[in-house]
Ligand binder design. Structure first.
Ligand code: NAD
Length: 476
């Protein structure tokens, strides 16, 4: 099926700069908006998602070729609304200045931290969950009192057009505005002197974005990708493991940053596990590739890359089991399990980001931890085990952005948990209070109370008092 492409109104770098300047001028006029203003912006954002959800979901389906409206509503619109509800419910507490302790020598000083907005925040987002990954960061950015420019991916032109219209209908351009265009526009966007830049996408592009932000000293939050492992020790019921893994892997046809990328499990369970996962996938999509719930791969180029990965592993002698046949014209890939592929195959070197799941034999927690730590630190990690000692052994010997124990994906949906990577999977976490603080400046405020300012005691000329203080604070 040839993909209908919508022409995007590309924006000149000078127009982006003008938009940024306009937002910055508005920010300077109101550098610390009160809660009522922030809450009103969040309320309008909620209305945008709620009232616009059918149109936005239809646009996303158009961009993908096929994606169930239910998938978009459950995995994107729902979580965005949950994040807004959480932020609105906690904004008062988050904004309240924090009392901080005073050291003995400064007992007459009152200390507090006041969280104030940074200014104008840029949000560069990917195509895989175009709504949640543009509006999720925006929730925290607005809660923290900032203004925002959004630049969604060039692979979702229909969504971008629908979102641009919805944003323009609910927000003044100096509050929130959207920039459309291709990679050139994204590059120009990343060079703008924002007060903070949030990038969600691949690790390779994340490096470029950080380099582009460096000359402006623009701080970055990088939400990147990687290979997320599932570790199974054989004590977790296989049918339950198969369900946990199949759901996590097949959502959005595997085009999920925290999708299980590969499974480490004892050799003896690999085959029964593979059979159970295949059965689970067939139960999830009773009409195979034609099933409404099964999403297309975003472009023919992405599909070709995934097919190439499977072909390479098959040619190298790995066993490939398919849940059902694919539909090439609709860019729906056959969901495939690859048993014990060579470790140097592309499948095991790159983030897969599609409906392909390698199963790797691995007998002990120590072996699994060694396998994981030999690679880059993943964005998510899943441990399926009834044995608390096993789960703890994996947790204490590895690092990852987040973890779901005895399940998959769940941690990203918890509004009060931080979400972010570590090492190559990202810099900085957001969601909930972590997001509010990420996009705020923690301003330290000290205030001497009463007639004595302790600094006056350290005033020259230094004499007997200085000697006394030296003895008290440094020791004899
Ligand atoms: P990508 O890195 O190709 O693109 C992301 C964004 O960067 C797009 O908006 C694109 O227009 C822009 N871009 C492209 N080239 C650029 C450049 N040179 N300078 C500045 N911006 C540029 O990623 P993608 O293919 O859209 O998304 C898939 C990747 O994103 C996967 O690696 C996935 O794991 C990761 N991801 C991470 C998260 C997370 O929360 N950590 C969420 C979703 C996806």
């Amino acid at each position: 099926m040839p993909q209908a492409r919508i022409e995007q109104p590309d924006m000149q770098a000078s127009d982006m700069t003008a938009l940024l300047e306009r937002q910055r001028a508005a920010f300077r006029a109101e550098p610390d908006p009160p809660r009522a203003i922030r809450d009103d912006r969040l309320r309008r954002l909620a209305a945008l998602v709620k009232d616009g959800r059918a149109r936005l979901a239809a646009a996303i389906a158009q961009d993908f070729g096929h994606r169930s409206v239910h998938e978009t509503l459950l995995l994107e619109a729902g979580p965005a609304l949950a994040a807004i509800r959480h932020a609105r419910g906690h904004l008062k507490a988050w904004m309240r200045p924090q009392r901080r302790a005073s050291a003995l020598e400064f007992l007459s000083v009152r200390n507090r931290v006041r969280y104030q907005p940074l200014g104008v925040v840029g949000i560069l987002s990917p195509w895989n969950y175009p709504l949640f990954l543009a509006l999720g960061p925006l929730v925290d950015v607005l809660a923290a009192g900032n203004r925002a420019l959004l630049k969604p991916s060039e692979f979702t032109p229909a969504f971008n057009a629908a979102l641009a219209e919805a944003v323009a209908a609910r927000f003044a351009p100096e509050e929130v505005a959207l920039v459309q265009g291709g990679v050139a526009e994204a590059e120009a966007f990343s060079r703008l002197p924002f007060d903070h830049l949030v990038f969600t996408g691949s690790t390779a592009v994340g490096r470029r974005v950080m380099a582009a932000a460096a000359p402006n000293l623009t701080p970055v939050t990088l939400e990147l990708g990687g290979k997320c492992p599932v570790v199974l020790d054989g004590t977790w019921p296989l049918a339950r493991a198969a369900r946990d893994i199949a759901i996590g892997k097949l959502l959005n046809a595997g085009q999920t940053c925290i999708a299980p990328d590969y499974v480490l499990a004892p050799r003896a369970v690999l085959r029964p596990l593979a059979e159970a996962i295949l059965a689970e996938i067939r139960a999830m999509y009773p009409n195979g590739a034609q099933d409404d719930g099964y999403t297309s791969v975003i472009t023919a180029q992405h599909a070709g890359r995934l097919e190439g990965m499977v072909a390479e592993a098959r040619d190298a002698g790995a066993e490939v089991l398919e849940a059902f046949a694919g539909d090439a014209a609709a860019r729906k890939l056959a969901p495939a399990i690859v048993i014990d592929p060579p470790r140097d195959a592309r499948l095991m070197r790159e983030e897969i980001f599609g409906p392909i799941l390698p199963l790797i034999p691995c007998e002990t927690a120590a072996e699994a931890a060694a396998f994981i730590t030999a690679g880059e630190r993943p964005l998510a990690l899943y441990v399926l085990s009834r044995d608390r000692g096993f789960r703890e052994a994996i947790l204490s010997r590895t690092q990852s952005g987040g973890v779901t124990l005895n399940g998959t994906i769940l941690h990203v949906a918890q509004t009060d948990l931080p979400f972010g990577g570590v090492g190559a999977s990202g810099i900085g976490a957001y969601h909930g209070i972590e997001g509010f603080r990420r996009f705020s400046h923690a301003r330290a405020i000290a205030e001497p109370l009463g007639p004595v300012n302790p600094m006056h005691l350290a005033r020259p000329p230094f004499g007997a008092l200085a000697k006394l203080l030296e003895r008290v604070f440094i020791g004899g």
